[in-house]
Design a protein around this ligand. Structure first.
Ligand code: GSY
Length: 162
């Protein structure tokens, strides 16, 4: 069994419903168990600005699926919940990204793990830092140091429904 961290984001329709439904679908998979979840944050869209704010969070799961099998599961949940890949960086009902897969490092056309957004996007790093305090494989800086660097511009990431 491997501990895995997933990032979830939604900015269309009932955003909280899509986050919760994706988590329930993951947890009901026979080879996945939900371990922990971060608070939900409301975050300004990164990149393409003319779209609604996102809700973002990170969850920790345990699984014996390999990374590519897990990717298939996350993509089938995205498809089931109506995700359409129309505008690159555009709005979406649900987005599920694999951030960390144990201590593994993978660079392939389908998957890059650790996910590059960990270092680049506060909407990923903030909720991850709430539930993960270890190191990032291949990264010298601890998660707290990465947070310090990114959170200088923290205004676009706020706790939702606190
Ligand atoms: O990368 C995931 C989708 N996404 C997001 C997101 O989840 N949150 C915010 N704030 N901006 C985003 N831009 C994209 S694309």
């Amino acid at each position: 069994m491997t501990r895995v961290f997933l990032s979830l984001g939604s900015n269309i329709g009932d955003r909280e419903y899509f986050l919760k439904k994706a988590i329930a679908d993951l947890d009901s998979h026979p080879q996945i168990r939900l371990i922990n979840q971060s608070p939900i944050y409301e975050t300004e869209p990164f990149g393409y600005k003319d779209q609604p704010d996102f809700l973002n969070m990170v969850i920790e799961i345990e699984t014996d699926l390999d990374p590519y099998q897990l990717l298939q599961v996350t993509q089938s949940i995205e498809n089931k919940l109506g995700r359409k890949r129309e505008i690159h960086w555009g709005p979406r009902t649900i987005d599920i990204d694999i951030l960390l897969y144990g201590k593994r490092r993978i660079v392939s056309p389908e998957l890059i793990i650790p996910h590059p957004y960990i270092k680049e996007r506060l909407f990923v790093l903030k909720p991850l830092s709430d539930i993960y305090h270890g190191s990032i494989p291949g990264e010298i800086s601890q998660i707290e140091n990465l947070m310090e660097q990114l959170s200088k511009d923290s205004k676009g990431v706020r706790r939702w429904k606190t």
